[in-house]
Design a protein around this ligand. Structure first.
Ligand SMILES: Cc1cc2nc3c(=O)[nH]c(=O)nc-3n(C[C@H](O)[C@H](O)[C@H](O)COP(=O)(O)OP(=O)(O)OC[C@H]3O[C@@H](n4cnc5c(N)ncnc54)[C@H](O)[C@@H]3O)c2cc1C
Length: 374
């Protein structure tokens, strides 16, 4: 049994562990540009110095040895022959079963988007925010996010609230909050609604209490060097942080694989790619059926990867008792001082108000999660 897994992010690493568990004798090949994982959730702590870039990079060499995995350093360019061949810049790789976990990318179409920092792009972007804030003696910081109208789940709202509250608290800690105006902007009138019906009111209450100005419910037009432009007016800003909506990975654009309206790989509730035998997708790269509050989250990526691995091995073993993945939204929105726990399942939504312990719980979770890969 020759199984190939694409990527080394949350979904791919969970898929490796689960595949090895269910198919101890399988040959597992992993293809990704680097033998490294990047722990995105802690990017929010780079501007304050709570984390450095190197804290978030995990070298996977030992983990791959432990899991008896062959690592191929390369970038996938296409998947052909009904999924049985993966094309990279250096050659083609054959498989009996494939799990795609190459993540998504951000839609950088808005005019002037180059004037905004896209914080979730990685360590250099988060370090740029840190350096820009360090170099400012005052001014306006504008923070916002957009979506993908064709893929409602493809937005990164939670992390942007974390950057917002984190920067507010950082400036307070430094005793210079009064020199800054912070504006939160969003095309939705009630941002955060996907996290639960009570979430927008709670977040707005916190923002108002912290003196954060709101510019909500106006479609984005674009940016200039020091300007945020929306259909509801424009405002000036010295530093602009903006997270556009997400779409599928770049390599997918020319591929024969089925794509959703939003540009992600179309899969079913078992994480199987529509119409393709023994081809599965997990994480941000996929578009899955389910509730309208589904989110592009590491937690969801892990749940999808568990189902993808189990179902792929079952299929290769000739079984057909496939298991759908569980829909659950779970996150701690961190403010640098507190954490706000948000959980949503088919049964309902839970929101725990800001609490100091949850900030430490998020830090402890990072340590526990990464320990398995170090
Ligand atoms: C600032 C921030 C905070 C977040 N906070 C949370 C949180 O608190 N909780 C939570 O659950 N989620 C959080 N998320 C979301 C979470 O990080 C993502 O949903 C998660 O990373 C998705 O996992 P993935 O494996 O699908 O993709 P990724 O983690 O993006 O991994 C994709 C992998 O594919 C590789 N790859 C890319 N292109 C190719 C190619 N062509 N060929 C081969 N390999 C390729 C990449 O190198 C990478 O290894 C946060 C995200 C950000 C940015």
């Amino acid at each position: 049994m020759n199984i190939t897994i694409l990527g080394t992010g949350f979904a791919a690493l969970t898929a490796i562990k689960q595949t090895r568990k269910h198919a101890p004798k399988a040959t597992i090949t992993v293809i990704s540009p680097k033998e490294e994982m990047l722990y995105y959730p802690s990017l929010i702590w780079i501007p304050s110095g709570l984390r450095k870039g190197d804290d978030l990079r995990v070298n996977l060499h030992n983990f791959f040895n432990r899991q008896n995995v062959q690592f191929v350093e390369g970038s996938v360019q296409n998947v052909i022959h009904s999924g049985r061949t993966v094309v990279t810049e250096d050659g083609e790789y054959h498989n009996d079963g494939l799990i795609i976990a190459t993540g998504g990318r951000f839609i950088k179409k808005l005019p002037g988007i180059e004037y905004a920092i896209t914080p979730c792009e990685g360590i250099p972007a988060a370090e740029k925010i840190r350096d820009r804030i360090d170099g400012m003696s005052g001014g306006t910081i504008a923070i916002g996010f957009g979506g993908n109208p064709n893929e409602p789940s493809a937005m990164r709202g939670g992390p942007m609230f974390e950057f917002l509250f984190g920067i507010d608290n950082l400036l307070r800690k430094q005793g210079r909050r009064d020199k800054f105006k912070i504006v939160f902007f969003n095309p939705a009138p009630e941002p955060g609604k996907r996290l639960g019906s009570k979430v927008p009111a709670n977040l707005t209450k916190i923002m108002t209490k912290q003196g954060i100005e709101l510019h909500l419910g106006h479609k984005m037009i674009g940016f200039e060097e020091k300007l945020v432009k929306t259909e509801g007016g424009e405002f000036s800003a010295d530093l602009i942080l903006f997270m556009p909506g997400m779409t599928g990975p770049l390599w997918l654009a020319d591929s024969e694989l089925p794509k959703s309206a939003g540009g992600m790989i179309s899969a079913d509730m078992n994480a199987k790619v529509e119409g393709y035998d023994n081809v599965y997708v997990a994480g941000d790269a996929g578009s899955f059926p389910g509730p309208d509050w589904q989110a592009k989250q590491a937690h969801a990526a892990d749940l999808q990867a568990v189902a993808a691995s189990k179902n792929l091995v079952k299929s290769l073993n000739g079984q057909s008792d496939f298991e759908p993945f569980k829909h659950e939204l779970f996150c701690i929105v961190d403010t640098l001082k507190h954490g706000i726990l948000i959980r949503r399942t088919e049964k309902g939504a839970t929101l725990l108000p800001p609490c100091r312990v949850l900030h430490y719980a998020k830090r402890a979770f990072e340590w526990l999660y990464l320990r398995q890969y170090r």
